[in-house]
Design a protein around this ligand. Sequence first.
Ligand code: NAP
Length: 254
Amino acid sequence: MNQLKDKVAIITGASSGIGYEAAKLFAKEGAKVVVGARRKAELDALVAEIERAGGQAMAVAGDIQDEAVARHLVEVAVGTFGGLDIAFNNAGMTGDANPVHELSIASWSETLNTNLTAAFLGAKHQIPAMLTRGGGSLIFTSTFVGHTVGFPGMGAYAASKAGLIGLSKVIAAEYGAQGIRSNALLPGGTDTPMGRAVANTPESLAFVQGLHALKRLAKPAEIAQSALYLASDASSFVTGTAMLVDGGVSITRT
Ligand code: NAP
């Protein structure tokens, strides 16, 4: 308890899956959370759940591709809760499951804009608020896909998520002297609507589970615990890393 006492956090992709669990966990650990996604009803339900548990939360509904939304998330954090210490840039989509030669530029752009450009826009507005606090922690949700496993049909997704690792490392170098840490979190297959959409038949689920040494998908709450580690002072000397939380995908060959 209280690992994030007196901290203010933005969490995107909070209407579902990993972000939803992270918002509840961060609030339970004492953070005031600003939660973002497009689906307002889900965010409102999350805020109500956090408040029932004694926490504090505000919802910002909107498309993360829109810079005004990135700006507004920070304005709410600063205006309502007095500042910003943590940003979990976690919203994402997989995009069309086509091989590269059948991938449209529209589909490519939608995936890159949602997963990579939106995270850049988020960081662009989050960093100045963190600098006024004397530091902070940025976390970007990347993936094992394209990093340790080249997953067919996920070219745009893998490219966008690799981009997040590069972006995160440069931010770590640019702002480390000013107390800002920046890390990429690379989950393995996780049991969320996104994970279930990829592993959508018994055969594909068995295949994905089999990629992991632990022979199962992660629970979203397990990934949230790793985000908590990167958000909290427990990781005070961790920056510029690409942290695998992948159930052993990277060391599995059978
Ligand atoms: P999820 O349950 O489908 O959640 C995705 C979240 O992103 C939702 O809250 C969704 O909210 C939000 N989102 C998507 N597009 C958005 C947009 N344009 N504007 C605002 N919000 C948007 O999936 P998840 O598994 O928790 O995914 C969370 C992150 O983990 C993603 O970045 C994903 O790539 C990454 N990841 C997932 C897995 C896995 O196996 N599940 C593995 C590795 C990495 P709305 O629909 O309400 O907008």
